[in-house]
Each structure stands twice: as C-alpha cells, then as structure tokens.
Design a protein around this ligand. Structure first.
Ligand SMILES: Cc1cc2nc3c(=O)[nH]c(=O)nc-3n(C[C@H](O)[C@H](O)[C@H](O)COP(=O)(O)O)c2cc1C
Length: 379
C-alpha cells in the first residue's frame, strides 16, 4: 500500500509527510533533507529576523530543487497585547510593561541561584531589534517576516499561530500554497474561510504551542468540519509510522511531524538537547507559558518549575520572551539539560537514536504503510 493523498498533489511531493516548522530546529539543512527524501521540509523561521529569513530561504534553495515551506507565527493576541502595553492596562490591572521589571528581577534571581552568567548577545538581541528593526516577536516583527515570505515567492507558507487571511491575496498571486496550524474546530473554520489549502490539526500531545484538545479527539472533528473541502494534516505526538497511519485512519491525509525530526543529525538544536530526546521518556514533558507566554509543551526543567513554585503567571507573548530569553540563552551556553532541554511532544519516548533525517522519513513512510496493511486484517 503506497502512502499517497491529495496532500502530495497540492504540494508536489512524493509522501504526505511534512516536517513541522520548529523555531530554530527546522533549519535549512533539515528542511532540505526532508524535501530531498520525498516529504515537505518546512523552515521553522518564527524567531528569524527578516534578514535571517531571507538567507534561510536562499540556503534551502541551494540545497534542494524540491518544494519547501516557511513557518512563522501570526498571533492575533500580539496586536491586542501591544495596545494594552502602550495604554494604562485593563481597568487598573497592571500592563505587561509595568510588570516587566519585577519579572526580569525574578529571572535574575533564578540565574544567580543556578550560577548562570549573562550571555553577551542572546538570540533576541542578535536580530533586527538590536539594529533598529522591529522588536522581537512584536506585531511589526511578524509583519516584516511576511514581506520576505512574499518577496521570495516561497512554494509553501505555514502560519504556526493565527490566521494568514490578510496576506492570502498576495501569497496566492505568487502561487504559494498556504496552510495553518490550528487546535480547535472554531479556529479551523476561521482559517478555512480565509481560503487556505491545507489545515494542520495539532493536538495537546504535540511539542511547542499546542491545543487543550488531545490529538486523537481533535483530528476527526476537524476532518468533519472541513467536510472534504480542505485536506487535513494530523499533528501532535505523531512520532513513528503507526502514528501517521492512525492519523490517516482518523481522516487526516498525512502528518505534520516535529519531535521525530528533532532527533536528527540535521536539526538545528544543540547536541545536549538531542541527547535529552533519547534519554527522556513519555512523562517528561509539561505544558508551560514560561518560555513564550503562550502554553507550549516543553521538556520538564527547572525554569518552568520555578514559575509553578512561585505561583507566578508568565507575561503574555511577546513580553515573556524578554524575561525568559536571557535565562535560556545562558543555560544553553552552559549545556544545562536541567534548564534548557527545549520543546518536545509526548512521543519523545519513542526516540531511540539521533539519525539522519532521510532515515526518519523513510521509517515514517514504511511504518505507516505496514500499519495500514495490518489494519486490513481486521476486516
Ligand atoms: C522544538 C519545537 C519548536 C517548535 N516551534 C514551532 C514554531 O516555531 N512554529 C510552529 O508553528 N510550531 C512550532 N512547534 C510545533 C510544531 O510545529 C508541531 O506542531 C509539533 O512539533 C507537532 O507535535 P510533535 O512534536 O509531537 O510531532 C515546535 C515544536 C517543537 C518540538
């Protein structure tokens, strides 16, 4: 049984398996490896400055002549938070800007306790903000990224958060195929109304920003809501071929896979973080707002726990990145598995080795085909 669906036609690829856009991890080398192996490689460009994003797109083009995609974030809440921050807050409630100093002091205390030294140029300072460009993860930052996506006429665009509606016309003019990652039927219907090509239904099991709804329950409900008009990719906890097959049994036409591709030679994360993926198991992730200000599934660590212990609610996006950024940059520099192990989904326990991305893709395909044939015996 060959793994094939409408997804292959829409994107011009061999297998309906898509490398999830994972910020900083789905780098050009990884995206190209997945595309060259017959899937669709999607760049995790959320944290790229516009200049970096342009360089990444050009690099991936130099490494593959196959279709590829770009994933960025378009969170509607950032526009709202920006307005709140500029104003006096909501009915006397302190605004995120009012709280920032106190929260940064909390982060500085944490660093002192853990013996972490400030890094000279943390990630967010190294991008455009430091050179007078838009502030990291601000509305202007996300919009500047979109200009590059359009200018570079990328084959596929994926909105990791939010609705790409305002950009649809210009993307369409370029022939760009458009998808959006959603975590509820309501959000699926909103992005469908914008005219996107593919919906990614990502459930609670997944790494990174995710939904309160479990993957197994979410996929069929989104499939039903799309009523065959828009194909659905399943996502969240799909870490081997059995997961791909299961998503397809639920009505998805392929899978958007993150964590399985993190433990690859080509992934852009650090070696100590790849080792964590092999060493840790199914119960070692938590959902926390401590990194970006939105609920994200991360590998358990002392920074996330510190917020729980202090009974403190992280600031909303984009302010929490200003608090967490220096801590995580310092912990990453010191290779601290206990503080900066990174994001991962609940399927992490299935990862047994760090391998080439091509092998991971081939196993996903072979495993899905085998599982779908086995399912036949129950008829
Ligand atoms: C390390 C990591 C970084 C991520 N960064 C992003 C991101 O920048 N943009 C995005 O849309 N999703 C991001 N995600 C979520 C993935 O796109 C994807 O939905 C998720 O990995 C699927 O679940 P899985 O990890 O269980 O396969 C990230 C996930 C991980 C594990």
């Amino acid at each position: 049984m060959a793994l094939h669906s409408r997804i292959c036609e829409i994107f011009g690829i061999r297998y309906p398996i898509v490398l999830a856009g994972m910020g900083g991890a789905s780098v050009p080398r990884l995206a190209a490896a997945v595309s060259n192996a017959g899937g669709l490689g999607v760049l995790g460009a959320a944290a790229c400055s516009p200049e970096e994003l342009r360089a990444w797109i050009r690099e991936v083009r130099s490494l593959t002549d196959k279709p590829f995609g770009v994933d960025t974030l378009l969170p509607a809440s950032v526009r709202r938070e920006a307005a709140d921050a500029a104003g006096a807050g909501d009915g006397g409630k302190p605004s995120p800007m009012d709280l920032l100093g106190d929260y940064q002091a909390f982060a500085a205390d944490f660093m002192r306790q853990e013996g972490l030294q400030k890094v000279a140029r943390p990630r967010e300072a190294s991008n455009a903000a430091a050179r007078g460009g838009p502030a990291f993860f601000s509305k202007d930052f996300f919009e500047a990224q979109m200009e590059v996506v359009i200018e570079e006429r990328v084959p596929v665009y994926a909105a990791g958060l939010g609705n790409p509606g305002p950009w649809m016309e210009r993307l369409r003019e370029n022939g760009t195929k458009i998808m959006a990652v959603i975590g509820s039927v309501k959000h699926a219907l909103q992005v469908a109304a914008s005219g996107i090509d593919v919906v990614v239904a990502q459930g609670h099991d997944g790494g990174g920003h995710n939904s309160p709804i479990g993957t197994m329950a979410l996929i069929p409900q989104v499939v039903d809501a799309m009523a065959g008009r828009i194909p659905v990719l399943g996502a969240g906890g799909i870490t081997d071929g059995r997961g791909v097959a299961a998503a397809m049994m639920l009505g998805a036409e392929g899978a958007w896979v993150g964590t399985a591709f993190l433990a690859t030679e080509e992934a852009g994360i650090h070696q100590f973080q790849k080792e964590v993926l092999v060493e840790y198991g199914d119960g070692d992730t938590v959902v926390s707002k401590s990194v970006t200000g939105k609920p994200a599934r991360i590998i358990r660590n002392k920074w996330a726990q510190a917020w729980v212990d202090a009974d403190k609610t992280p600031l909303p996006m984009p302010f929490q990145s200003m608090v967490a950024g220096p801590v995580l940059a310092a912990a990453t520099q010191d290779q601290r598995k206990d503080i900066a192990p990174g994001f991962a989904g609940q399927g992490m326990g299935l990862i047994k080795a760090i391998r080439p991305a091509r092998e991971v893709l081939e196993d996903l395909v072979d495993g899905a085909e085998a599982a779908l044939s086995r399912a036949d015996i129950f008829r």
